[in-house]
Design a protein around this ligand. Structure first.
Ligand code: ATP
Length: 237
């Protein structure tokens, strides 16, 4: 279980997080919704220790999240983090080894994920030579190659065509079915409704509505949120 408890973060005058709280459970998918600037990226980065919080706590399986614990996490950042000019296979193997796999296992995991994502024949291609959709698939493979228990993806569907959305959806479903805890952020309510077991909607750095998909759908404010998300205007608490 991932527990994010009452996170606070200010950047100068800007309050990025003002008490975000959420939990995500193994074998389930959590959709993390909110308009631009709501605090989704800051929350996700905080899970990976990439934000110096003013207050709040992140725990995994009732433990403090240390760098050792983070080796079992996978993260697909919004600003995708791979090298444009390095062959994709080499990058994936390197990442797998950084997460503690030996060279043979890292090679096998690289093959497995590139094959599952339809990119086996691109193992020696440079990332920059791939289409946007295929680059996104490689970024997904990079977050999965070490078989993480917790998978956190920042807007993984952005810019994908329908086939890319389908491929991404299938992989996330399969990972959750295999027992991983899956969290992804999005502006797209329909995708979250289609895929997620649980939903957290935040605005102004605070969670507004949280629960199972059915509970959130039943919330009095839900339709209002839908309209605001579609407009991408902040949801007023
Ligand atoms: P988007 O959907 O646009 O990615 P978001 O929900 O992920 O938005 P965040 O990126 O977490 O939102 O940003 C929350 C707020 O904190 C915004 O007002 C943003 O401008 C501000 N912010 C985030 N990172 C920084 C930073 N490094 N320095 C200053 N302000 C920041």
């Amino acid at each position: 279980m991932l527990r994010v408890q009452d996170l606070h973060k200010r950047y100068g005058e800007v309050t990025a997080l003002d008490g975000v709280t959420l939990t995500a459970a193994p074998g389930r998918m959590l959709g993390f919704l909110g308009p631009n600037g709501a605090g989704k990226t800051t929350t996700m980065r905080a899970v990976f220790g990439l934000v110096r919080l003013d207050a709040g706590e992140v725990r995994w399986r009732d433990r403090e999240v240390t760098s050792d614990v983070r080796l079992r996490f996978g993260y697909m950042p919004e600003q995708r983090g791979l090298y444009a000019r390095m062959p994709v296979g080499r990058q994936l193997r390197y990442l797998a080894e950084l997460h503690g796999m030996d060279a043979d296992d890292a090679g096998r995991a690289t093959q497995r994920w590139l094959t599952e994502l339809g990119l086996a024949d691109r193992i020696d291609a440079r990332l920059s030579d791939l289409s946007h959709g295929n680059q996104q698939r490689v970024q997904l493979a990079a977050s999965l190659v070490h078989d993480p228990e917790l998978l956190v993806l920042d807007e993984p569907f952005s810019g994908l065509d329908p086939l890319g959305v389908q491929a991404m959806s299938e992989v996330l479903r399969e990972r959750a079915a295999a027992g991983a805890t899956v969290v992804f952020s999005s502006h797209q309510l329909e995708l979250v409704e289609e895929l997620c077991d649980d939903v957290v909607i935040i605005a102004h750095g605070r969670d507004q509505i949280a629960g199972t998909l059915d509970e959130v759908r039943a919330a009095a404010d839900y339709r209002r949120v839908e309209v605001r998300l579609a407009d991408n205007r902040p949801v007023t608490p």
